[in-house]
Design a binder for this molecule. Structure first.
Ligand code: DQA
Length: 137
């Protein structure tokens, strides 16, 4: 099984960015844990702060991979283009958030991705990514 985690803007700063919301672990160290825990999965990881690069990556993997775990960060709430890309590809996408976006500001309650995703996982910290991976197994 071939899965990819795609992280959007500011998620490269996990560990130092608003730790009271996003925790103290970097994604890189968590990713090492994920690779150990899910040894049978071919797991890939991509992060970009650039909307178009996220869309390019969705196009690149979206016809051959078995699943995409997408945390588009703030683009979740603004990007019609990423929502359209998720709709345009064949690989199922799970939308993931570290925080519970529904307990935060109103603008975070909107998602341009959710309607085209297979499912949404929000609010379980970094465990949200694990739950998404498990949903593909
Ligand atoms: C986030 C929630 C978004 O609202 C925010 O802009 C992020 C991170 C999360 O994982 O909780 O960058 O996607």
């Amino acid at each position: 099984m071939k899965l990819i985690v795609i992280n959007g803007p500011n998620l490269n700063l996990l560990g130092s960015r608003e730790p009271e919301i996003y925790g103290v672990n970097s994604f890189e160290s968590f990713y090492e844990e994920l690779k150990k825990e899910f040894k049978n999965i071919e797991l890939h990881y991509f992060q970009s702060n650039i909307e178009g690069e996220i869309i390019d990556k969705l196009h690149e993997v979206g016809f051959t991979f078995d699943g995409i775990i997408l945390n588009a960060g703030a683009y979740t709430h603004t990007s019609v283009a990423i929502g359209d890309a998720v709709k345009a590809i064949k690989t199922p996408v799970i939308e993931v958030h570290i925080s519970n976006v529904h307990s935060r500001e109103d603008f975070r309650h909107v998602s341009y991705i959710a309607g085209n995703a297979k499912g949404v996982i929000s609010g379980f910290g970094l465990q949200s990514y694990k739950l998404a991976i498990q949903s593909f197994l």
